[in-house]
Design a protein around this ligand. Structure first.
Ligand code: SF4
Ligand code: SF4
Length: 178
């Protein structure tokens, strides 16, 4: 399969695919068996895509996604920058009490320079886990993968590959025929 890496084309496809994506999301939402069956396939898609998409040439998530640091991430960053953690919070973040974490005030991320992360070894937990496909089964995170469809080439291509999967095509056909 040809992998799409061009972010402008991805954004346009996202605009054109709203209804199609919504229908697939609803299918997965209403059929947990279908979503769980996709876990291994998505892992394979991800492994295939990973070798072809280089995050260091993209950096789109650091420009577009809400940037969240946990308390322990702030402490690690403070140690690295040799600054007081309260100062770091004051300069870059606001507290999101409901989830006991900190959200960056600005976007793109202040630590992104020339597409790269200047604090890579000390980046936050969320930064490490995005695009999540390494750490969690698809059936637990597919809502986030759909949210990332217009931002992250990895999310975009995983969903596009899933749309071509025979079980998904059959389930779609059954739904239309029902
Ligand atoms: S800390 Fe680094 S990885 Fe995280 S959003 Fe900023 S630039 Fe990206
Ligand atoms: S995780 Fe996705 S959006 Fe972020 S840099 Fe990699 S390909 Fe780009």
């Amino acid at each position: 399969m040809i992998i799409e890496k061009n972010i402008e084309k991805i954004k346009q496809r996202a605009k054109d695919s709203v209804d199609e994506n919504y229908a697939l999301l609803e299918m997965l939402n209403s059929d947990s068996f279908l979503a769980e069956n996709a876990n291994i396939k998505v892992k394979d898609f991800y492994n295939e895509i990973q070798g072809q998409i280089k995050c260091e040439e993209c950096g789109e998530c650091c420009r577009e996604v809400l940037i969240v640091f946990e308390k322990k991430d702030i402490e690690i960053l403070a140690q690295h920058l040799k600054e007081n953690k309260e100062e770091i919070i004051k300069k870059y973040f606001h507290c999101f009490e409901k989830f006991d974490c900190y959200v960056m005030n600005s976007s793109p991320c202040v630590f992104q320079k020339n597409n790269l992360c200047t604090i890579y070894e000390y980046r936050g937990t969320e930064c490490r886990e995005f695009p999540y496909l390494d750490s969690k089964p698809f059936s637990e995170i597919f809502k986030y993968v759909f949210q990332g469809y217009s931002i992250c080439p990895i999310h975009f291509n995983v969903i596009e590959m899933l749309k071509k999967d025979s079980e998904i095509i059959k389930a779609k056909g059954d739904l239309i025929g029902a």
